[in-house]
Every structure is written in C-alpha cells, then in structure tokens.
Design a protein around this ligand. Sequence first.
Ligand code: PLP
Length: 396
Amino acid sequence: MPPTPSLSTRVTLFSESVIREMTRHANRHSAINLAQGMPDFDPPPEIIAAAQRALRDGYNQYAITWGAPALRTEIARKATSFNHIPHLDPDKHITVTCGSTEAMMAALLATLNPGDEVIVFQPWYENYGPDTKLAQAVPVYVNLSPPDWSFSESKLRAAFTPRTRAIIINTPHNPTGKVFSPAELQLIADLCIQHNALAITDEIYEHILYDGRKHLSIASLPGMAERTITISGLSKTFSVTGWRLGYAIAPEHITTGIRRVHDFLTVGAPHPLQMAAVAAMQLPDAYYSDLVTKYAARRQLLCAHLASAGFEFAEVQGAYYVMTDCAPFGWDDDNAFVKELLIPLIGVAAVPASSFYAPDPETGINPGRGKVRFMFAKKTETLESAGHRLAKLRRM
Ligand code: PLP
C-alpha cells in the first residue's frame, strides 16, 4: 500500500469535544440531554419573524466581513450602556463572528505567538484547551477550587511570568456557575496592567446571573479597555445556539488582527441572521428580566432534583450549569458514572468533568475525576422527567 497523507501535528494534540460527543450518545440512547448547553425551547417569536423578513428582504449575500453596520451599531450601544466599555466605535472596535467560538479562536490567533503563555482557569470551558493548542500557545492553569470555586491570589500572581501574553476569563462561568467578584476581576486587571498582558474575556452568559447579582465586564475597569478583548454572542441570551452569531470587542489595532483572521476563516457570519440579531438586541429591558426569572426557576427545579437524588454541589451564581460530585454514589470515575447515567435505566446525558481539567503534572490524576456537569436550559417538563429518572439513583 502506498503511504497516505498524514494529519498536521497540531490536530493530533487534542481530540473531539466530549460535550458535543455526549449529545450524539444522548441521541443514540434516547437519553435526556443535560450535557450540551443548548435550550430545547424556542427563541422569542419577534426574532424569528425578523429572520424571516431578512430572508425575504434580500439580505442573502455576504455582509461586510466584520459585520453588518446596523448590528455593529447595536453591539456598540449595548456594550456602552450594559458593559460600560468606554469610547466604542463600531467601525474600529467590533467584529461580528460565527459564534463566540470563532471570536475566541480569532482573538487567540491574532494575538499569540508560538510559545506565548496564556493563563487559563480550570475547570475551563472545553474549547479553550484546543484553542490555545491551535494557537501554539502554552496554557498555564490556575485552579478554581470547590466548594466556592475561588482561586488562590498567590497562585494567580505566580502564574504571571515574563512570557505571559494573555489570561482567559469566563464570567459567568461554565462549567461551575461561578460569577467572578469585583475584587477578583480587579486583581486580574491589576496583574494584566503590571505584566502588560491581555485579558480575553468570554461573557456569553452576561445576562444570566441569579439572586440579584450584576454582571461586571473587566474592560470597564480603569486602564483595561485598551488591553481587553471582550467576547460575547447571541446564542445563550436569545436561545439561538444554531444561528452562530458572536462578536469580539477590542482596541483598534487588535481588532485589525482579529478581522484579518476572521476574514480568511469564514469571510463573515450569516447576513440574514445578523439582521435578525439587530431586532433581538432591540428587545426591551423586560426581556432580560424575564430571561433571568425563567432561568432561576429552571435552576431551582434541577438543583432540587439533583439534591434529592443525592448529588452534592455548590450554589449556581450564573450561567446554566451545575457541577456535581459523584463520590456520594461511590463512584470516583466520572467517565464510568456518565455511562451509567446514560444507560436506559436512568437515561440522562451529562458531561464527565475530567474534560474540563488537565491532569495534575505531579500525580497524573485529573482533578475532574469524580465530578459531573449537568445543564438546565430546558423546558420544565424536560427537567421534571430528568429529575424522575435521576431519582432512580437513590435506589441503586
Ligand atoms: N463560551 C462558553 C463559556 C460557552 O459555554 C459556550 C457554549 O456552551 C460558548 C462560548 C459557545 O458560544 P457560541 O455559540 O457563541 O459559539
């Protein structure tokens, strides 16, 4: 047999997403999918109508590469009034991308050189691992420790070195539901300024915070707008994960680099959906308070079912995930436990937390072993049936 062409080294450094893999397992086993972060309910009807109008009104060709002007104007308005990011110009600071996923990848490719160090809190949102590897950067991990998912100030200080180029922040946080406090964000900001590092912040859950908490964007802190890339998108706020619309807000020279990468990766995000996104972003304030009320009820429902099934977990402060411990069930292998949950007897898909951590360099043990993540962006009836299924665990 003649030899066949091989893969690049860079794609051999990571494997497929465990979260997305769990969705395929859930479909195969007809399990309730509490794994991948996507709603099973519809987006607001006004924005579906706006998408239909945009398709009829001729928005079917490429938009301007870095985003339809009307959408960039809306993003600048919202980022000024809600995120308090100063001095925004939609023509200089905003790039619309195919989801915040592309915004993160484009941000890393635009700002990192091979060998640059990037500080990443772990557990992390699964994409950041492959993203840093594709950018040929070196991730430096700082642990968020249960039960309250706080981090050690001295360990964060020690993680900054002369090679540190950036730190990735995600607040509200997937997978823990942590909301970074103003003091934590101020400490990160001070360290970024001291070490001339970039803050790359994923704020996709910025509108889903509980118990009166307020979202704080690190770019709004003094001296940070000029060293922050703020990433967000429409997926979670408007329940349109399939629309693939996100954006990056950054200083002008960094935006130039992000736009360059974006141009050659995707040319642009879907034009008709960008026009519908303008309508989405013009929804009244009542939309956002209703969003929080509904998510708080879903949180309450799933957490009550998880607690009565015997799971242990910390308070969820934001986003729509619960990180639980499976040790109370006598399991220390999260992968095996997730398989047990998937089988027809239980029929619920969750994510094994070892996919959110790197193994400890000294012991080789993955700190996520023994933890499992559930998500609750689901209809009441879906969460009720998942709860009834999980209740079977008590009797096993
Ligand atoms: N960032 C975080 C923290 C997420 O949890 C997710 C999806 O679950 C994404 C980004 C992906 O967002 P998008 O659909 O905008 O690509």
